[in-house]
Unconditional design. Structure first.
Length: 160
């Protein structure tokens, strides 16, 4: 059953989003945060608390962060909905690079933008559109972390 995060737990997640992506907490102020297992969810705050039936749900709202191998990973849907707030660790890639990232599973970057820090997740944009997350490792290795269907669709573009 999802549990509502207390103020300290909420502050930890908001601090992570600020430190990693410079996403201001004001953008998430209207949302409650819930957790279940290794995943956190956003749920639009209600004027009165919802009485959830015991054991009825394992998830609620929009999944926004997952704990994956020691890193907090923002979900694709969170990036596409809230990524416009991000001012740091955002990378614009060409269509060719996005297709290569998806077909090969990783991309060796020629140079990093100055607003990107190693290691950790980065928000990836294509032609100004927020598309998903990549995991930046070592000095220039970007690993694809898009959903499988998205990876497959972009990978098909490289075959054309």
């Amino acid at each position: 059953m999802p549990r509502l995060l207390n103020q300290e737990q909420r502050r930890i997640l908001l601090r992570f989003l600020w430190e990693r992506f410079k996403i201001p907490e004001e953008g998430l102020a209207p949302y409650d945060m819930f957790a279940f297992s290794r995943q956190a969810f956003l749920f639009k705050r209600q004027s009165s608390p919802i009485k959830w039936p015991e054991g009825a749900f394992v998830r609620c709202g929009l999944p926004f962060l997952r704990n994956v191998a020691g890193f907090l990973k923002p979900t694709t849907v969170f990036i596409q909905r809230f990524g416009h707030f991000a001012q740091k660790n955002v990378m614009e890639l060409s269509e060719e690079d996005v297709c290569k990232l998806c077909s090969d599973g990783e991309l060796i970057l020629k140079r990093l933008p100055t607003s990107v820090e190693l290691p950790g997740y980065v928000i990836i944009k294509l032609e100004g559109h927020l598309i998903g997350a990549g995991l930046l490792l070592e000095e220039n290795r970007l690993v694809c972390r898009f959903p499988k269907a998205m990876r497959q669709a972009f990978a098909k573009l490289t075959l054309q």
